[in-house]
Design a protein around this ligand. Structure first.
Ligand code: ADP
Ligand code: MG
Length: 702
């Protein structure tokens, strides 16, 4: 909505002025008429529905009461001074209390008249009351003054002090709604509005601020949600299109001998159907003239590494080098080792480059890399450094993508004159709605099938008092030759305490599992990389049976012989973290177990998390539950994305609208890729404005 009206500074709205304009801008970033119109109510009070006093409980939400005021009295002195009123309806009496603004409220309250009281009941000295309710004189003809559905606006304390609480803001938006008549551009193409039966933009804004009926309000909300999703999708899809036009890729014309040799003689298992399908998708991308930008999603243990390796072989078979980047040194070393094993007997030189690679070794490595002798370079962030120069980098694979920022990815990209193909792998299942938004500009492949013979991990919830039986169970598993993880939380704010918990736990386990029968490893973030690697290696090779660790082992570590994952203080972990941790066991064919240890007192949310984990091993179901519990902005790896900031749409609830909006955006771009037709001018302009608001997203590379 970019036109003179919407760009008018809010200062010029009657009732605002320079002072209020300043705090509106500061507190809510409302600068223009357009901003104010998009300052949506967060809920509506139904003025036609009343609660009765006898049905109130301390848990009641905000309620509306209608009753007679039978007492108004100031009580107490100085700090205990308060205004107390009593409201009476057909079912009982309720005390209303004010501690602040007494001189303002008191003159408005008249004994013997009927009022609407709006607020949330609370409990005081075993009695229900209502603190600081909104009061309004009830008048039977009052329906015009207060509409049936009254909008409630977000506000702040500072704004309220200047008279701009929800009601004050409501007055402004109402004035604005009258002014906007005939001045709002339709930003959605007309044909879409017909196809999806959408209200006009102006009508939607009017209904949002001054709803005439619940039905019209619902349609208005859906219309604005649709619009919001639609423009984000347009942005992402256009970005994807221009990228594909602009960026020529390196066509890998053949599968190559390396791939065939490996496939015939080096794999000890049959690929799953999903792995085969995904490899075909990637192969098609890499065989075309366009640069691949693909996200590979697959639950923990679904076999992404094998897919990565096979794709690398295609690239190398075409004469190109490959970079494989992992988020931690442990993971990178593990990849290097297992890929090294897999490639044993094939003529492929690989190398591992991390922060702890010695200078001399590094120098030699970089020379060999620049000469093209090293064909597969595996490593950590160290790969990003400018001195790491390839001869002809053709494929970049990024494992566990959510640990890397966008800017870091971009740096790998530039290591060849023709951009290499990019495959991003993630084990964090992302709900459909999020994937469509966060990765709307990437192609997505999904491995939705586990290697055969996997038994789902049995997940059990145990309280601290069951610790002895948990230890007993660990002994039984170890007696059968299995290994056990015990994981402790490590959260930044309380690092010291967490460290103590971890060490206490380590001690107690060392005592309960004494030498020489048992050996215990420990790994945590404060250890030197070399020590960490050593301890990890001890466990991987089976020298130790128990691994006590913090979440540093969360991602990617592969010890198929480990059969038990004990998570201490499980209530402190997020769902996706728990799922990742659980994915560390059950990687072979034997039954594996995940034991979630918690204290006795659990918050409702923790209980829901534990219940979800016990109830399912399906990563996508867990991701959906996570999204519902935490909201999109909090999901791991998505923290800073402005793509998830919506004014009215809600990724957790509006999957259907998003699906339609994406479809509509695709169809529009098919018809008019550059949005150049005259009937799409308003849409094109609005898109530019939306992109302007989200510059960081526009500059995303992959
Ligand atoms: P992730 O997707 O978590 O990275 P990995 O690639 O580490 O999973 O694979 C987990 C384990 O499954 C590895 O030990 C790997 O060798 C094995 N694996 C991969 N694909 C198959 C398959 N098709 N059949 C049997 N085992 C497989
Ligand atoms: Mg992996």
């Amino acid at each position: 909505m970019t036109n003179a009206f919407s760009e008018t500074p809010v200062e010029y709205l009657k009732g605002v002025g320079p002072g209020r304009a300043k705090i509106l801008s500061k507190e809510l970033r409302i600068k223009t008429f357009g901003d104010l119109l998009l300052h949506y109510p967060f809920r509506y009070v139904d003025r036609t529905r009343f609660s009765t006093i006898n049905e109130l409980t301390p848990d009641s939400p905000q309620v509306q009461l209608k009753g007679l005021l039978i007492k108004v009295e100031e009580m107490g002195f100085k700090t205990s001074k308060r205004l107390v009123a009593v409201l009476k309806d057909d079912t009982g009496l309720l005390e209303l209390v004010w501690f602040k603004g007494i001189s303002y409220v008191k003159p408005k309250l008249q004994i013997g008249r009927e009022y609407l009281a709006f607020g949330k009941p609370s409990m005081f000295q075993m009695k229900l009351n209502m603190v600081h309710p909104d009061m309004e004189l009830f008048s039977k003809a009052g329906s015009e003054a207060s509409p049936a559905l009254e909008p409630v606006y977000p506000s702040t304390e500072k704004l309220s002090e200047r008279g701009l609480n929800s009601k004050g803001i409501g007055k402004l938006t109402k004035a604005l709604v009258f002014l906007m008549k005939g001045k709002v551009n339709n930003v959605l193409p007309d044909e879409l509005r017909g196809q999806y039966n959408l209200l006009s933009r102006e009508e939607s804004l009017r209904q949002l601020h001054l709803p005439q009926s619940a039905e019209l309000l619902r349609r208005a909300i859906n219309r604005m949600k649709f619009e919001e999703f639609f423009f984000i999708q347009l942005m992402l899809l256009r970005q994807k299109n221009t990228q594909q036009q602009k960026l020529k890729g390196i066509p890998f014309l053949k599968v190559g001998d390396l791939f065939h040799a490996f496939y015939k003689h080096h794999i000890s298992f049959e690929l799953t159907g999903a792995q085969k399908r995904v490899i075909k998708e990637i192969r098609n991308d890499m065989g075309s003239n366009q640069q691949m930008n693909r996200l590979l999603q697959g639950d923990v243990g679904s076999g992404k590494t094998m897919v990565a390796l096979l794709c690398s072989l295609i690239a190398m078979g075409n004469g190109y080098q490959v970079a494989l980047m992992a988020p931690t040194e442990t993971l990178a070393s593990q990849h290097a080792e297992s890929i090294g094993n897999d490639l044993n007997g094939l003529e492929v030189k690989t190398a591992l480059l991390t922060g702890s690679t010695k200078a001399k070794q590094r120098k030699q490595m970089l020379e060999q890399l620049a000469a093209g002798e090293i064909r597969l370079l595996i490593g950590t962030h160290a790969l990003l450094e400018d001195r790491v120069v390839f001869k002809n980098l053709g494929l970049v694979i990024i494992d566990e993508q959510h640990r890397f920022g966008v800017a870091q990815r971009a740096r790998l990209w530039k290591k060849n004159t023709v951009s290499p193909h990019v495959l991003v792998m993630t084990a964090t299942p992302i709900p459909r709605t999020l994937a469509m938004t966060l990765y709307g500009d990437l192609d997505v492949s999904v491995i939705d099938e586990m290697p055969p013979g996997r038994k789902p991990v049995k997940t059990i919830h145990r309280k601290d008092e069951h610790r002895l039986s948990v230890f007993q169970f660990m002994r039984e598993q170890i007696a059968e030759g299995r290994q056990v993880y015990v994981v402790y939380p490590l959260i930044k704010e309380s690092e010291k305490m967490d460290y103590k918990d971890l060490m206490d736990g380590y001690e107690s386990i060392s005592r309960s599992f004494p030498l020489p029968d048992y050996r215990v490893s420990i790994v945590h973030g404060q250890m030197k990389a070399a020590n960490k690697a050593y301890e990890m290696q001890q466990f991987v090779s089976g020298q130790t049976q128990i691994m006590v660790a913090t979440t540093v082992i969360e991602v990617g570590v592969n010890v198929p012989n480990a059969s038990v994952m004990v998570v201490e203080s499980a209530e402190r972990f997020g769902l996706s973290q728990l799922h990742q941790l659980r994915g560390r066991v059950g990687r072979g064919t034997d039954q594996a177990f995940c034991i979630l240890m918690t204290g006795n007192k659990l918050s409702a949310e923790s209980r829901k998390r534990i219940k979800t984990m016990v109830g399912t091993t399906d990563g996508f179901k867990i991701a959906e539950a996570d999204l519902e519990l935490r909201g999109p902005g909090d999901l791991s790896g998505t923290q800073q994305s402005g793509l998830l900031d919506f004014k009215i749409a809600d990724l957790t609830k509006d999957a259907n609208i998003l699906t339609y909006a994406r479809k509509a955006a695709l169809e529009l771009l098919e018809q008019d890729p550059g949005l150049q037709q005259s009937k799409h001018q308003a849409t094109s302009r609005h898109l530019a404005a939306v992109m302007n608001e989200r510059p960081e997203d526009w500059s995303r590379i992959s």
